[in-house]
Design a protein around this ligand. Structure first.
Ligand SMILES: [Cu+2]
Length: 233
């Protein structure tokens, strides 16, 4: 083998090994979830508390998303826009309890659910909320949502009542654009909740990225978004 090919091979091996190391060293446990056209199948129904990596493989014929929810229906986190035949990982620090997974091929509708149990000590307990902010979602904005006095270190329980004619969600993104929690898709007339801790100062944004059937646009494009500042403590 010519020298430069050997070098390339060893670089590729090193890259592969480091990729494997990166994806596993932050998690205590690794499991997999298969999203199919009619299911959401987790490899392990019982997992130890701690950092759990969910390797989500989209075997469905359409783009897919995976939600992990607590027993009360609150979304822990999610991955979306996972295209057919690809895999994405979601690592969550979970404490003991019952959880639900929802895969949504096509990223609309109820999706397909399954459950798993986390057992043992460890994992991140859900922080007790310092206060609750109630607001409303309509087509296509959020009403009575005052986020002007959120401070670093605060944990807020969000309760969203959907007064609109279609499903809405409320996804909060940190200053780097990473999702830190969300009120998941909530039906007209229903109330959805989420408990979110604001750990750093900066500009946060919130969005609804559900699709409006009339325009085929995400609600964020129709104005269902906003931003707010969290000042340094
Ligand atoms: Cu919406």
């Amino acid at each position: 083998m010519p020298r430069h090919n050997r070098l390339l091979t060893s670089v590729l091996v090193a890259l592969t090994l480091s990729a494997v190391a990166c994806s596993t060293d932050s998690a205590d446990t690794v499991t997999s979830v298969r999203g199919t056209d009619d299911g959401c199948l987790i490899a392990d129904s019982e997992l130890p508390a701690g950092r759990i990596e969910f390797g989500f493989v989209n075997e469905a014929s359409d783009v897919n998303e995976l939600y992990v929810l607590r027993e009360n229906g609150d979304v822990v986190n999610e991955v979306e826009n996972v295209t057919t035949g690809t895999q994405r990982s979601l690592t969550l620090d979970l404490s003991a309890g019952e959880y639900r997974l929802v895969c949504k091929p096509g990223q609309v509708g109820e999706g397909f659910a399954s459950t798993f149990t986390v057992v043992g000590a460890g994992g991140e307990e859900v922080a007790d909320a310092d206060r609750t902010i109630e607001f409303e979602a309509v087509d296509f904005t959020y009403n009575d949502l005052d986020l002007s006095d959120v401070v670093v270190g605060e944990t807020i329980r969000f309760e969203m009542t959907n007064r609109g004619g279609q499903d809405h969600e409320f996804e909060v993104l940190d200053p780097r654009g990473e999702g830190i929690g969300e009120v998941g898709a909530t039906k007209p007339g229903a109330v959805g909740g989420a408990t979110i801790t604001f750990t750093e100062p900066g500009t946060y944004t919130y969005v609804c990225v559900l699709i409006d059937p009339a325009t085929d646009k995400e609600h964020v494009e129709l104005g269902m978004t906003g931003s707010f500042q969290v000042p340094a403590a």
